[in-house]
Design a protein around this ligand. Structure first.
Ligand code: SF4
Length: 115
């Protein structure tokens, strides 16, 4: 996985938890977006700049929890959004945020995230 690529279009602009010194670690959201990019589902250079909207990540919480978070190595210990006792208003990672917004804008198809 190209670190600079996913860091530049997912982590730096959208992930509240991004730490530059840990940029070699990708959450499941970033892994899935890189997979979709490699298959030609979108081009990072053509993505619109998004303004974070919590309504979108809540709207897609069920399919994205199943498809992303349940397979994410950060979920158990490092993810505030998916912790057992989440603090109200906690954000998901940048990958989850970007995917939920692309779904809301019909730039990705929800079928991809369904079993
Ligand atoms: S929201 Fe948390 S558990 Fe879900 S993909 Fe992102 S880091 Fe992983």
């Amino acid at each position: 996985m190209s670190k600079t690529t996913f860091v530049d279009y997912i982590c730096r602009p959208y992930c509240l938890y991004f730490k530059a010194e840990k940029e070699n670690i990708a959450c499941r959201g970033a892994e899935v977006l890189e997979e979709l990019k490699s298959k030609g589902f979108f081009c990072p250079k053509k993505l619109p700049i998004i303004t974070k909207n919590p309504l979108f990540w809540e709207e897609y919480r069920s399919p994205l929890t199943n498809f992303l978070c349940k397979q994410c190595s950060f979920r158990l210990e490092d993810c505030d959004f998916q912790s057992r006792n989440p603090i109200p208003g906690t954000e998901p990672c940048g990958g989850y945020i970007l995917i939920s917004h692309l779904l809301a804008m019909n730039l990705l198809d929800l079928d991809f995230f369904s079993p």
